[in-house]
Design a protein around this ligand. Structure first.
Ligand code: SF4
Length: 63
């Protein structure tokens, strides 16, 4: 499982961070950083919820 980000879509809103702060972080310039691009399978539920929470569909999970 890998987290993919469409940088053209991401607006730094931070929903992903609030859903899964161990995996996503928005810095002071509203740039989002993926902290762990390949989460362990046990975190799929949390990461998938964060992906689904993005209001601009900038995130996806690639298996
Ligand atoms: S929720 Fe979406 S738009 Fe907001 S920081 Fe995360 S990826 Fe970017």
């Amino acid at each position: 499982m890998r987290i993919a980000v469409d940088r053209d879509l991401c607006e730094g809103v931070g929903m992903c961070e609030s859903m899964a702060h161990n995996f996503f972080e928005v810095d002071d310039d509203e740039v989002m950083h993926v902290l762990d691009e390949q989460p362990a399978e046990e975190h799929r539920g949390q990461v998938a919820a964060a992906v689904a929470s993005c209001p601009v569909q900038a995130l996806s999970l690639v298996d």
